[in-house]
Design a binder for this molecule. Structure first.
Ligand SMILES: [Fe+2]
Ligand SMILES: [Fe+2]
Length: 178
């Protein structure tokens, strides 16, 4: 890949580089991931037992819609059309969340413990993705894009912490007694 030359029009500008193309491709991947997460989170909210967890999922649904809008801004800043490309990792993580709902009983804290596990896997995936994409944007000198990706990254981290607080606050303890 590193040695592959673009057939035409390589002016040596960052926008024409393969790294830039790769960056755009990865943005399309996380765009797909966020869009699908935005439709999965309400289902996770509905499946949750405790009101606290349901509220956390509802909050993050709205935040996830913001992440989608932020990515659209990023595409615009880069002069690219916002397009989604299937993210196999998010597809798998969301499949796992569905499996946890199927495998646990409604109204139990084991269900909530499982949902938190699934949601934290998602958040960690997002944290890894945005962390790396932000560094890519830094390397390419897209300062405005760095700022936008940092906002989302910080929100994903805060969400992860909030989920840990719920798990450690009462969910895991109650799940252990069921
Ligand atoms: Fe997100
Ligand atoms: Fe998230």
């Amino acid at each position: 890949m590193a040695t592959k030359k673009k057939p035409t029009g390589n002016t040596g500008k960052m926008e024409d580089s393969e790294f830039h193309e790769f960056f755009i491709d990865e943005l399309k991947d996380i765009y797909w991931a966020e869009k699908h997460l935005a439709t999965a989170l309400p289902k996770m909210k509905k499946a949750a037992t405790s009101p606290d967890l349901a509220a956390a999922f509802e909050k993050h649904t709205e935040e996830t819609k913001m992440h989608i809008a932020t990515l659209e801004q990023v595409f615009e800043l880069l002069g690219e059309k916002a397009a989604a490309k299937k993210c196999d990792a998010m597809a798998g993580l969301l499949e796992e969340a569905t499996g946890i709902i199927e495998d646990t009983d409604k109204g139990t804290m084991i269900r909530d413990a499982g949902l938190i596990l699934a949601a934290q896997k998602v958040e960690h995936y997002e944290i890894a993705t945005y962390g790396t994409l932000r560094v890519f944007a830094e390397n390419m000198g897209h300062t405005d894009v760095v700022d936008l990706l940092t906002q989302t990254l910080d929100n994903e981290k805060a969400t992860d912490v909030a989920l840990t607080t719920i798990a450690e606050g009462f969910v895991n303890e109650q799940a252990a007694t069921e």
